[in-house]
Design a binder for this molecule. Structure first.
Ligand SMILES: Nc1ncnc2c1ncn2[C@@H]1O[C@H](COP(=O)(O)OP(=O)(O)OP(=O)(O)O)[C@@H](O)[C@H]1O
Length: 642
């Protein structure tokens, strides 16, 4: 979507016309238009800007602007687009005598938009080496709601028609093929002579009709018409509208009054279309293009498939302030209208057939292409990778489990060793020696009660062994609270639990001779050292096992991530494979349709060939008959001669 480009152009003041139209000094006021870069503001000379009378546009030109500048700013880009295949329209809108015809046609010294556009079209055509062009022109006017061909005096009151291929067109309008700008200027001159002008109070040569000068530009790639390249057909409309007018100012009556009625009515319709188009989508509703011939012909330029520029011309005199304000309001609304221009391409039958063949070939290639097979291989490879990674993951999980078991048994063993050590320590220690809080913590029983400033002793597993038990031999498996407190110097424990703690037998390996079965007396220090050594080696093993475990866990996490990404890749590939299958099916469908079309075309060709042969047979027999008659005639002629 592209907004219509809107420019406003103020002509130089025309004192003579102003005086003629309204000489009364009472009307003279102190208002004037201030023109900035892109803004027009109505000012009270004494009181500053008039509220609600400031308008912004794409371009604003003051009296000093030449046609060359206006064309260069507003229209030149359209010409390039038209030669490239886009439709384009430029039109001048404004009150009577504001400078529309001057802007479109210009003068000898400063040619207007039409002659400049014509020259630029041919320049652009000449510079486009890779395409061949065919340029046609037509020139029409809408006078009193009748469409007249300005290039001929015969064909008048033409009808607007609409077809799928051509869209809206004027039936019977003469289109001249032209090769250079000079030919166009000659045709324009002819058209100007046929155009309706008339004298009014405001303009000695006032346009009494809307004129539409049209260039149709057709192009195709050089030497490639039959190779399936489309033909581009674009239309350039250059429109000079008749000016809106107030009858009391123009002094119209009779024919002029009738003309003015039609002019004002069709401009009103144009305003309605612009108003509707400027509303936002939901409120817009029906666009009344059919209400006038002007809007019907300009339909593509108004919200349709064309690039459009509007030049609104305005008179600077204070007496025209209300008309100028109306023009500026129209221009503001036109600024909100968007068009949607596209390159216009059409295909000849031969080009269509070639293009279809090419498409079939491409489809076939696509079908045979290795793309989908390659993808299937990728999917297979991914599946294999995933399977491998799953096996690896299971193997690691098993290793991890074994390692965990080993660690647990080591821990267990370590605890056992620690317990043995504790037992040994307890035998050589008095209650006074329990000073380290960590030692105390390790000796807590599950049922111990905490006493501040005291500690809870755990009954040694060797409590039944005379040498190692902290409790005197005669105490047996029961203890009385006082004695326990005394023995432990303030350490209190649950005596019920103590009673229930099973006494452990001494370990045979440690305390008995393997051969005799008699208990051995291993020195305490040596035993202690041996156990500590064992303990240290267990600890080391445990640390190593922990490290292995951590490494395995890390590896497992990595594998899990890899597995996840492989699964993701697999599902992506599956999706892609499904898409390709669908595409393949669709292509196969298209191929079938194209084959069917080819069959139909072949049948058509057969029918035409048969008809041709039949006709040829007729012609041959006709020729033979005529020849025979001729030959029969000759002798009889000779026979009648004396
Ligand atoms: N920018 C300009 N510079 C110089 N002269 C101008 C300019 N614009 C208009 N004029 C002059 O003003 C007069 C009226 O201009 P023109 O005929 O172009 O008006 P118009 O809008 O086409 O009027 P109408 O709607 O009645 O046909 C002409 O004499 C024209 O030469």
């Amino acid at each position: 979507m592209e907004k219509i480009s809107v420019a406003v152009r103020f002509r130089p003041p025309n004192p003579a016309a102003a005086a003629a139209a309204d000489p009364s000094p009472a009307v003279a006021g102190d208002r004037e238009w201030r023109i900035d870069d892109t803004r027009v503001t109505l000012l009270h000379r004494s009181a500053g800007p008039v509220p609600g009378a400031s308008f912004a546009f794409d371009h604003v030109f003051d009296r000093a602007a030449t046609n060359e500048r206006v064309y260069g700013t507003v229209v030149r880009d359209l010409i390039g687009a038209v030669v490239d295949g886009f439709n384009a329209t430029a039109f001048a809108y404004g009150q009577t005598s504001s400078g529309k015809t001057f802007t479109m046609n210009g003068s000898d010294a400063d040619p207007g938009i039409i002659p400049r556009a014509v020259r630029d079209v041919f320049d652009a055509v000449g510079q486009t080496d890779d395409r061949e062009f065919l340029v046609r022109v037509s020139y029409m006017e809408i006078y009193n709601e009748d469409i007249n061909d300005l290039l001929t005096i015969e064909d008048q009151k033409l009808q607007i028609k609409e077809s799928l291929e051509r869209g809206v067109y004027v039936a019977g309008l003469r289109e001249e093929i032209v090769n250079n700008s000079e030919q166009v200027f000659e045709l324009l001159q002819l058209g100007e002579a046929n155009r309706h002008f008339g004298e009014t109070n405001m303009n000695a040569r006032s346009s009494r009709s809307h004129t539409i000068f049209r260039m149709v530009i057709e192009s195709s790639a050089k030497n490639q018409i039959d190779n399936g390249d489309p033909i581009r057909v674009s239309v350039l409309n250059l429109v000079d509208l008749a000016g809106s007018e107030r009858n009391h100012k123009t002094g119209t009556e009779g024919v002029r009054l009738n003309e003015a009625g039609h002019i004002n009515k069709s401009l009103l319709m144009l305003g309605n279309v612009i108003n509707k188009l400027s509303e936002n989508g939901k409120q817009r509703g029906h666009i009344p293009y059919r209400d006038s011939k002007l809007t019907r012909i300009l339909q593509p330029a108004l919200g349709g498939n064309a690039k459009t520029s509007i030049i609104c011309t305005a008179a600077p005199e204070e007496m025209h302030i209300e008309e100028t304000r109306g023009t500026l309001k129209f221009a503001s609304r036109a600024k909100c209208v968007s068009n949607c221009a596209q390159v216009n391409e059409i295909l000849t039958d031969a080009a269509l057939l070639k293009r279809q063949k090419r498409e079939i070939e491409e489809l076939r290639k696509k079908l045979q292409g290795s793309h989908s097979e390659g993808l299937e291989q990728v999917v297979l490879k991914l599946r294999n990778d995933m399977h491998k990674s799953e096996l690896e993951r299971d193997r690691l999980a098993m290793e991890l489990e074994e390692e965990r078991k080993l660690r647990m048994s080591l821990e267990h063993h370590l605890i056992e060793q620690q317990k043995k050590l504790d037992g040994l320590d307890n035998t050589g220690m008095s209650g006074d020696q329990f000073t380290d809080s960590t030692q105390l913590d390790s000796l807590k029983t599950p049922d111990s009660k905490y006493i501040p400033d005291g500690f809870v002793a755990r009954r040694s597993r060797y409590s039944n062994d005379v040498e190692f038990s902290p409790i005197p031999e005669n105490l047996g498996t029961t203890a009385d609270e006082d004695l326990w407190t005394r023995l432990n110097k303030g350490c209190v424990t649950d005596l019920d639990m103590l009673e229930m703690t099973p006494g452990l037998k001494r370990e045979a390996s440690l305390l008995e001779d393997a051969t005799s079965g008699a208990p051995l007396e291993e020195p305490t220090d040596a035993r202690c050292q041996r156990l500590e050594k064992e303990c240290n080696s267990d600890r080391q093993q445990l640390e190593e096992s922990n490290m292995r475990c951590a490494a395995l866990e890390k590896e497992r996490d990595l594998l899990r991530d890899e597995n996840k990404s492989l699964q993701q890749e697999l599902s992506d590939s599956k999706r892609e494979a499904n898409r390709l299958v669908a595409e393949k099916q669709e292509l196969a469908g298209q191929l079938d349709t194209e084959r069917q079309k080819m069959e139909e075309l072949k049948q058509d060709i057969q029918v035409v060939t048969q008809a041709f042969l039949q006709r040829e047979g007729h012609l041959t027999s006709l020729y033979a008959k005529s020849k025979a008659i001729m030959e029969n005639c000759k002798p009889s002629q000779f026979a009648t001669q004396p």
